[in-house]
Design a protein around this ligand. Structure first.
Ligand code: BGP
Length: 467
């Protein structure tokens, strides 16, 4: 482990070290103490085979019952902060209406326990978990969901805002758009570009309205959004490839980044939506609300870059409209892959994002809110003392942190690093296939936790504020 004299990469005082998780992926207790159903509970009921090994959201790591011990493990693995989410369908079982007092008690307990152990709570409001009752009226397509969400957000601020000083409106709001309405990996698994655009617009509007509601309460904290940014790299510097990368960037990054930070949408994107007849329904006053309620800070989730090239064949005009009408994906020869997840590992991407934020987004305050490596079959790395020797994860984190450090030296306004994730957890369709945690969870032994080598290493990084 690191010794004080050997620190080459030192981070600023007060740097946030920790990890991120979400309610639906960790709490379990999916139908307990008055929790309502969300789309994941529902999808699992109707299509269990969609989920790896048929494991559903009821089987997650049982944080609902084990949070006290888990918070001790956070401490033991060097956390000074932790991002959790409140499950909308636990707090307000039908999405709107009655508040569930058991949920209030649970989230109060978790927040208080974290604070008692010196762990700053970062709280996210929406992590893909649309309450089923609201999905039944169209979810984000229906404007009533925006109103219900703002009420839910306000309820959270009023209940927990005396102690929670870092709030986030959404985690990766583009993912429900992509998964639910374009590429079939989230419920309601439709393919409909027009709906996708409406969902995106309402998510952004909801975020701005929640920010507005938060500021009215004058609670003396910060509010932001968490975006998965995937820097778009062109195959070559020829103008057609460059244009392809620019449009992919507008669709997948700037669509949410620009309205969240600058309060306006990318012009290129608006032009495409206009030309193709896909502008969303906007009510008078909406754009002003988005303009006036931009974020205080940004969470950056980074896993992989997006590599694109100009289209090789003319798009089929009869195929459903997709962003891929403007570019092809490009598999760069020699790229480094995480074979378990099928995602490219490109550490410099994290630096390119931070540099872009510094140069083009007013150097908005930000932190790395997710970055991590999912690995299948980690049990084979368990040694005779019971510890998983995940040196590959240490290397993965370290190589990304070196680039974060370089960005910092050049003036990036980055305040912390949260790994995905604290303990192995359930994932949206891969269930427990890939493990991401600093702490392992043994599903065959009632979810027994053991700190991995990466957890010990992370503690030393946090204690020394560097490595
Ligand atoms: C992000 C999500 C997380 C998490 C992570 C890992 O997109 O915010 O919820 O799941 O990705 O991805 P996966 O679980 O699909 O491997």
């Amino acid at each position: 482990m690191t010794n004080m004299n050997e620190i080459k990469y030192r981070f600023p005082d007060g740097f946030w070290w920790g990890s991120a998780a979400s309610g639906p992926q960790t709490e379990g207790a999916a139908a307990v103490d008055g929790k309502g159903k969300n789309i994941w509970d529902h999808w699992y009921e109707i299509e269990p085979n969609r989920f790896f090994d048929g494991v559903g959201p009821d089987k997650t790591s049982q944080f609902y019952y084990k949070y006290k011990d888990d918070i001790l493990l956070m401490k033991e693995s060097g956390h000074n902060s932790f991002r959790m989410s409140i499950q909308w369908s636990r707090l307000i079982p039908e999405g709107r209406g009655k508040v569930n007092q058991k949920a209030v008690e649970f989230y109060n307990n978790v927040i208080n326990e974290m604070i008692a152990h010196g762990i700053e709570p970062f709280v996210n409001l929406f992590h893909f978990d649309m309450p089923l009752k609201l999905q039944e009226i169209g979810g984000w397509i229906n404007r009533e969901t925006v109103d219900a969400y703002v009420k839910y957000a306000q309820t959270c601020f009023e209940l927990f805002g005396d102690r929670v000083k870092f709030w986030f409106t959404h985690n990766e709001p583009i993912v429900p758009v992509e998964g639910g309405y374009l590429y079939d990996f989230h419920y309601p698994n439709e393919v409909d570009f027009g709906k996708a655009v409406q969902v995106a617009f309402h998510s952004i509007l909801a975020s701005a309205k929640a920010i507005q509601a938060y500021r009215k309460l004058k609670q003396d904290g910060k509010i932001g959004i968490i975006l998965n940014l995937t820097p778009s790299y062109p195959r070559s510097q020829n103008s057609a490839d460059l244009q392809a990368a620019k449009l992919a960037d507008a669709f997948f990054n700037r669509s949410f980044l620009d309205p969240s930070v600058k309060g306006e949408f990318p012009r290129e994107l608006i032009q495409i939506l206009k030309d193709e007849g896909f502008l969303p329904k906007i009510m008078s006053g909406d754009l002003a609300i988005i303009k006036e309620n931009t974020v205080d800070l940004l969470g950056v989730n980074y896993y992989q870059p997006r590599r694109v090239k100009a289209k090789e064949n003319l798009p089929n005009p009869n195929a459903p409209f997709m962003p891929e009408r403007f570019f092809d994906h490009y598999e760069m020869p020699g790229r480094k892959m995480n074979p378990h997840r099928g995602w490219e590992i490109y550490e410099k991407g994290i630096y390119d994002i931070l540099t872009n934020l510094r140069e083009n987004y007013g150097n908005i305050e930000c932190f790395i809110s997710e970055n991590g490596m999912g690995v299948e079959g980690e049990e084979k790395f368990r040694d005779q003392n019971g510890m998983i020797q995940d040196d590959y994860r240490i290397e993965f984190i370290q190589e990304h942190l070196k680039w974060v450090h370089k960005a910092l030296e050049e003036g990036a306004n980055v305040k912390g690093y949260h790994l995905w994730t604290f303990m192995d957890n359930w994932s949206w369709s891969n269930a427990y296939k890939n493990r991401y945690g600093l702490v392992s969870v043994n599903l065959n032994k009632d979810g027994e936790r053991t700190i991995k080598k990466s957890g010990q290493w992370f503690k030393s990084v946090s204690e020394h504020n560097g490595f």
